[in-house]
Design a protein around this ligand. Structure first.
Ligand SMILES: [Ca+2]
Length: 280
């Protein structure tokens, strides 16, 4: 009878004592564990954490890819036809970390080979900014090649292609085969080759309103700008077809040639979003 009130405070006060005892026991356990760890052989340091993604869409450093085939948000894609071209996860060459995407691009039309991903998680309605690092072994050929493609839902699902022609970078629109810059000598001179055997940072901004800007290693490339005002040798031909309102639904990194042109390329540190993240 008298036990209940007498025990109540005791029960109340027992909890802190139990918690204190538990904490002491935990400390002792932690100390013991630390002592045991200290006695064990030194383990390999954990890998450095990946850099934070600066884009509001997505970033890809390929470090979580186990290969050999692209997985996760990426899948092998080869519309039209494919042959000897391959896309694999590569741990021999990387821009950052230890892993990149390797493309063995074969010559001839039927060697399409891409790793593609949807752009569903990129905020819609704003500018689209894409940044990627690319390294390749073979100078861009005279004939037309593509190393990046996007399915444009604003143009009957035809491709917007970034690649090369006449040994310099170019954009090509599958819907009407327009090129940027125009493939005149003056136009080509306003573009740039894609350097071989080193990593290059390629960035572009594409606006639904029909504007496009491209940077190579942080420098805007004059011949790869659609500014809405027709410029001879640059975007006059591109603007000829009237309103161009790109709405890319996917991003594919790989290789597609239409005659001559074989290359080996690596891609790494891709960032996609609605603002420019630069090459850092
Ligand atoms: Ca990487």
């Amino acid at each position: 009878m008298v036990h209940a009130p007498a025990h109540a405070p005791a029960r109340r006060s027992r909890r802190p004592r139990t918690a204190l005892g538990g904490a002491l026991a935990l400390l002792l356990t932690a100390f013991t564990a630390t002592a045991a760890t200290a006695a064990a052989p030194a383990a390999a340091p954990p890998p450095a954490p990946a850099a934070a993604c600066a884009a509001d869409g997505f970033c890809e450093d390929f470090e979580s890819q186990t290969g050999p085939r692209p997985s996760g948000r990426w899948s092998f894609q080869a519309d039209d036809c494919t042959g000897t071209g391959t896309v694999t996860v590569d741990t021999a060459v990387a821009h950052g970390g230890t892993t990149s995407l390797r493309v063995n691009g074969g010559e001839g039309y039927c060697n399409h080979a891409f790793a593609g991903t949807a752009l569903d998680d990129v905020p819609a309605g704003g500018d689209l900014y894409v940044r990627f690092w690319v390294r390749h072994t073979t100078a861009l050929p005279t004939q037309h090649v593509t190393f990046l493609a996007m399915r444009d839902t604003g143009a009957r699902d035809t491709d917007l292609r970034m690649g090369g022609q006449n040994a310099a970078l170019q954009w090509n629109r599958e819907s009407d085969d327009a090129t940027l810059p125009a493939q005149s000598p003056a136009g080509v001179a306003l573009s740039r080759p894609l350097p071989v055997d080193r990593w290059s940072c390629v960035e572009f901004r594409m606006e639904r309103a029909g504007l496009l800007q491209t940077w190579l290693d942080g420098e805007s490339v004059e011949g790869l700008i659609v500014d809405g005002t027709p410029t001879h040798d640059v975007d006059a031909q591109w603007l000829n077809s009237g309103a161009w309102q790109p709405a890319p639904a996917d991003l594919r990194l790989g290789w597609e040639s239409y005659g001559q042109g074989a290359d080996t390329l690596w891609y790494d540190d891709v960032a996609v979003g609605t603002s420019r993240v630069g090459c850092a």
